[in-house]
Design a protein around this ligand. Structure first.
Ligand SMILES: Nc1ncnc2c1ncn2[C@@H]1O[C@H](COP(=O)(O)OP(=O)(O)OP(=O)(O)O)[C@@H](O)[C@H]1O
Ligand SMILES: [Mg+2]
Length: 256
């Protein structure tokens, strides 16, 4: 396997069962906790192509399903990623699905329930997803820009997996494996991460992710001091508030 993913709570098993039972899966969790890594790993494990779509409020159903393009004096149909994923029997990964407009999500409802059908209105095609197709979506319930929530009728189409930051021993192992930085240093980084995670009074929108610890470890590996690596790779990334940053700096200075 070339995509490394360290299982934290039986999620590989759950993902596999959903694939086998043809159930869509929603992965929720804070930024940088390994959602995308898990999906990439599972696509490789299940030997399916992976089609990723980053959703945002401007995503239209044509962006997902496809559109007619003018080429010379011809109009040719071009599949969007969702249509392509259905045709190929791929794993379709809708990243940040809650950012997409409701009408766009609702257009995917028949694909994400027992029907497993995609209706492409512009070409008047009704595609039935082959056995290899699986829909996986992710969203981050933490930061609530305008409090975006998925409708219950969407939520209840998906089996739901909640991911969080791994326990210290596991997170240390992940850092070590991903960055090849020595275990002792990885352990110190994880300790710092957990110290910051415990500082609820800082009121960070999102706290230290495994991703940030990976960044700090990489900076350290490049020859930067551990303290600097943590300031640039972790502290500065968490807030723009001067006072909060001072608090973070103090923590880093005390720990590194
Ligand atoms: N369980 C894990 N196994 C292997 N790597 C992990 C794991 N958890 C986190 N990581 C590492 O953390 C980093 C961030 O992971 P990833 O990009 O999957 O986060 P994400 O949850 O998709 O975040 P976002 O919501 O911001 O997209 C990657 O470098 C990844 O290798
Ligand atoms: Mg991701």
């Amino acid at each position: 396997m070339s995509v490394y993913y360290r299982e934290v709570a039986n999620e590989v098993d759950l993902f596999t069962r959903c694939y086998e039972q043809q159930l869509p899966l929603l992965i929720k969790g804070p930024t940088g906790c390994g959602k995308s890594q898990l999906v990439a790993h599972m696509a490789e494990k299940l030997k399916r192509p992976l089609v990723k779509v980053a959703c945002n409020e401007d995503t239209s159903s044509a962006d997902l399903l496809g559109r007619f393009l003018i080429k010379g004096n011809e109009t040719v149909w071009q599949d969007g990623p969702v249509t392509r994923a259905v045709r190929e029997g791929a794993i379709l990964y809708l990243d940040e699905v809650a950012e997409a407009r409701e009408d766009v999500i609702v257009a995917l409802h028949p694909l994400t329930d027992h029907r497993r059908e995609l209706y492409v209105d512009r070409t008047n095609e009704e595609l039935v997803a082959p056995a290899g197709f699986m829909c996986v979506a992710s969203f981050n319930p933490g930061y609530q820009r305008g409090f975006k929530e998925l409708k219950p009728s969407t939520r209840q189409r998906f089996v739901t997996l909640s991911l969080s930051y791994p326990m210290p021993e596991l997170e240390t192992e992940i850092l070590h494996r991903v960055t090849e930085v020595d275990l002792k240093t990885c352990q110190r980084l994880v300790e710092l991460g957990n110290k910051i995670r415990g500082q609820r009074h800082l009121e960070l929108k999102e706290t230290v992710s495994t991703r940030l610890l990976v960044h700090a470890a990489r900076l350290f590996k490049s020859g930067m001091s551990l303290r600097q690596a943590c300031l640039f790779g972790v502290g500065q990334c968490l807030s723009d508030d001067v006072q909060v940053l001072e608090g973070l700096k103090d923590l880093i200075h005390l720990s590194m």
